[in-house]
Design a protein around this ligand. Structure first.
Ligand SMILES: Nc1nc2c(ncn2[C@@H]2O[C@H](COP(=O)(O)OP(=O)(O)OP(=O)(O)O)[C@@H](O)[C@H]2O)c(=O)[nH]1
Ligand SMILES: [Mg+2]
Length: 306
């Protein structure tokens, strides 16, 4: 069996080639640490979707370390950068806010196509493997296909799906689902939502309404509003995160599609520029390809070449 860390490293290979490969090429190709080198480092970081502000802060942090440690060999900068990225990501793992011994409601939000339904399927699988009773709610009533897709995941993973017809008010589906979860003594209810409506204001209003209904039926719920972001969209993911966390009360981020993209650097920007933590990462389309985001492992996997 391929180890978990190896699988993570594998998933991050394109980001590693892009970001770390270019950085190492820069550091080994230079004889001196000078202003030009810092400028090129900043360019590489920006190109890797770290974000302009974060790129500037990172370069500043590297510069301060170089001064403090009196480093004059550019070849030593890879380790310095790795340490600064690790420091920026923090060492804490932020687990999902699961209620011990009572019902937890997780609402999953995000624009269309980012991987909400897939993430729900993977998460349901994980929770079930931990011995939890899981129920899904088909709160994306905008398209019939969305309900079908969640049902396919449900039967694949072996968990039930609460659904109504296409076009039903998703808040009504959420209401039903909370009732069902209570009477069936479910541990975790995961609510899927639409990523696309007629317009953005409608979507946000709908999300607020679902949240209200869930909270009325179960005090303290939803316990987790998980925003799903697609890493391949780079800086777009960062702006979606800003938008959703303002209106939808996001408590955690799941960053998907880190496999197959060189834009994984966006996670550094998200962690640095937002107060919402990345809790889960998606590194493939399979059932097992969802991980808790552990910053230390991430930084190590990013920099380790073999
Ligand atoms: N490579 C890869 N693909 C992923 C990952 N997560 C999701 N996908 C793929 O992304 C596509 C869209 O995923 P969905 O789960 O349907 O996205 P959604 O957000 O529910 O989309 P809507 O319901 O249209 O809003 C699917 O083809 C998934 O297989 C991931 O971590 N890695
Ligand atoms: Mg979906």
């Amino acid at each position: 069996m391929v180890g978990l860390f190896a699988r993570l490293k594998d998933g991050l290979s394109k980001t590693r080639q892009g970001l770390v490969g270019k950085v190492e090429e820069l550091f080994t190709g230079r004889k001196r640490i000078d202003a030009e080198l810092y400028e090129e480092l900043e360019d590489i970081l920006i190109q890797s979707d770290v974000g302009v502000d974060t790129a500037m802060d990172l370069v500043e942090a590297v510069r301060a370390q170089v001064k403090a440690q009196k480093i004059d060999d550019p070849a030593m900068l890879t380790d310095v950068l790795k340490e600064q990225i690790a420091a920026m990501l923090g060492s804490e793992t932020e687990p999902l806010n699961l209620q011990e011994g009572s019902l937890t409601v997780i609402m999953v939000v995000g624009v269309n196509g980012v991987g909400k339904t897939t993430t729900i399927g993977k998460l349901a699988h994980q929770l079930k493997a931990q011995g939890k009773r899981v129920l899904l709610a088909a709160g994306d009533t905008f398209r019939a296909a969305a309900i079908d897709q969640l049902e396919i995941w449900g039967s694949r993973v072996g968990v039930e799906v609460i659904k109504q017809q296409e076009g039903t008010d998703p808040a009504a589906v959420a209401y039903d689902a909370v009732q069902a979860a209570k009477s069936r003594k479910v541990d975790v209810l995961i609510v899927d939502t639409a990523g696309r409506l007629h317009n953005k204001a409608n979507l946000m209003e709908e999300l607020r309404k679902i949240t209200r209904v869930i909270g009325r039926e179960l005090a303290g719920a939803p316990h987790e509003v998980l925003l799903v972001l697609d890493a391949t969209t780079g800086q777009n993911a960062l702006s979606q995160a800003k938008l959703f966390s303002e209106v939808a009360g996001v408590t955690g981020i799941a960053l998907t599609k880190l496999d197959g993209t060189a834009r994984g650097g966006v996670i550094i920007g998200i962690m640095h520029e937002l107060s919402v933590p990345v809790k889960l990462i998606g590194i493939g389309e399979g059932l097992e390809d969802l991980r808790e985001f552990a910053a230390g492992d991430f930084a190590a996997a990013l920099f380790e070449s073999r």
